[in-house]
Design a protein around this ligand. Structure first.
Ligand code: ATP
Length: 440
């Protein structure tokens, strides 16, 4: 017990499904993933035990705080048609994790969040928090706080009263309310606004009040549904940082919904990219960026998005090449040699149609020091100076694409340009399934 105190362990009693023993879960830090031990294990044994189970893949399902398994939700549309908002969704959010659900409008993000909060009824599947299935637990008993896009503050109440509202309903003592609201106001920089009404606040301050209402409840899990989308770009960037700092300070489990891939990339410990109710990929942001599982993810994460070129893999001598496909009657497409690291992994696909993907920053103009490159000639369609860099929109005759060039690249619209594609950063997708075949 002494050791536990020194390490500031958080203890969570829980039962592991299918196991007779009650286990104790310990969180070493907000970002540590939980380790698991019985009462009789030492800390050292505990960590070893956790590591061993992580290695065999048990950690996620046992130690995650929010586990969603095979979740389904279908709505009835106006004409009686079925709208499958969430389709066999399984996810595991770890204790203390900042987990982002990201995807285009209508992909089922908010419905997933509302199912976790208990605001929609589950058709099939289970949601568990700390090992306990909560499907039939009423929303108020789930120990979850949700922050919405429209922060819905009471206009006739002061900031203090708005933040304190939920605590009053729970019949907390005056002293406790003052202490908790004071703490939240301190964390959120609202101490000087406590006597103001919402009309006298900026959009960002109002959003912070909404967050304050959630914080004072000290919930197990925070849910955020597009909380920043009503703010202007500058305020969004600021609030992004503030919510990340808040997460670092509170160390709570947070599940955050957004359609904005910049928010997802910059805030999430892990992100799940959704399309049509299905999770396409769930991983750390840079993993998703560098190794997208399919063309949808590759096109959705990254701005400007990844470029795609349809074509064929061909073997010529001892080299493997990507031959750009062109429309009938069009000029021959470009041909690029596949890098030596990737060629062996594509050996079995010679002669097959593929989609070649490359990110805009992996295309350079010929005068730069690009490495591992193959050259492509294209017509410049548009040039967008962005300040620190320039976006060049060009067309090969068969495909349009965009390159991120240096600010001083000196390119002009209406001309031909020779560009260098860094083939060590190529991605090859199966055109039928759109899944990744090979990347670096
Ligand atoms: P957005 O970013 O636009 O909020 P989303 O990814 O959060 O989108 P959801 O709001 O979860 O998507 O909606 C998923 C699908 O379910 C959409 O097709 C939506 O029209 C439909 N839907 C959501 N709620 C209902 C409802 N109450 N009745 C009927 N259809 C619904």
């Amino acid at each position: 017990m002494k050791t536990e105190t020194r390490l500031k362990l958080k203890r969570h009693e829980c039962r592991v499904p299918g196991q007779a023993t009650n286990f104790t879960l310990f969180a070493l830090s907000p970002r540590l993933r939980l380790v698991l031990c019985t009462q009789s294990h030492s800390i050292k044994e505990t960590v070893r035990f956790g590591a061993r189970h992580a290695a065999v893949g048990v950690e996620k399902s046992v130690m995650a705080q929010v586990v969603i398994e095979n979740l389904d939700k279908t709505f009835k549309g106006r004409k009686g048609e079925s709208i499958r908002a969430v389709n066999n969704l399984s996810l595991s959010v770890e204790s203390g994790e900042f987990f982002v659900l990201v995807g285009p409008s209508g992909c089922g993000k908010s419905t997933t969040l509302r199912l976790i909060a208990g605001l929609e009824e589950i058709d099939q599947g289970t949601i568990s928090i700390e090992g306990k299935v909560i499907n039939d637990v009423s929303p108020k008993d789930r120990d979850i706080a949700m922050v919405f896009q429209n922060h819905a503050l009471y206009p006739h109440m002061t900031v203090f009263e708005n933040i304190a509202f939920g605590l009053k309903l729970r019949k907390c003592s005056r002293a406790e309310i003052e202490q908790r609201v004071g703490e939240a106001a301190e964390i959120l920089g609202l101490k000087d606004c406590l006597d103001r009404k919402p009309e006298a606040l900026s959009g960002g301050q109002r959003q912070r009040v909404a967050v304050g209402r959630a914080i004072v409840r000290k919930p197990k899990v925070f849910l955020f549904d597009e909380p920043l989308s009503n703010l202007d770009a500058r305020m969004r960037a600021q609030m992004r940082q503030e919510i990340s700092k808040l997460h670092a300070r509170l160390g709570s489990t947070m599940i955050y919904v957004t359609h904005d891939q910049v928010e997802a990339m910059s805030m999430g410990d892990r992100i799940a990219v959704m399309k049509e109710g299905v999770v396409q990929q769930a991983a750390a942001p840079m993993e998703v960026y560098r190794h997208p599982a399919n063309m949808f993810v590759a096109g959705f994460i990254g701005s400007p998005p990844m470029n795609f070129f349809r074509g064929t893999l061909i073997r010529d001598g001892d080299g493997m090449y990507f031959q750009e496909g062109t429309a009938p009657g069009a000029v021959n497409g470009f041909r690029l040699r596949v890098g030596n690291d990737m060629a062996p992994r594509l050996a079995g696909h010679a002669g097959e149609d593929v989609v070649f993907g490359i990110r805009p920053e992996n295309i350079a103009d010929k005068s730069s020091d690009a490495v591992n490159g193959g050259t492509v000639e294209a017509m410049i369609e548009a040039v967008e100076p962005m300040g620190p860099e320039t976006y060049l929109y060009a067309n090969t005759g068969a495909h349009s694409f965009v390159a991120r060039l240096s600010a001083d690249c000196g390119v002009e619209g209406g001309r031909k340009v020779t560009l260098v594609f860094d083939m060590s950063k190529a991605h090859f997708f199966d055109p039928a399934t759109e899944k990744i075949m090979v990347d670096n």
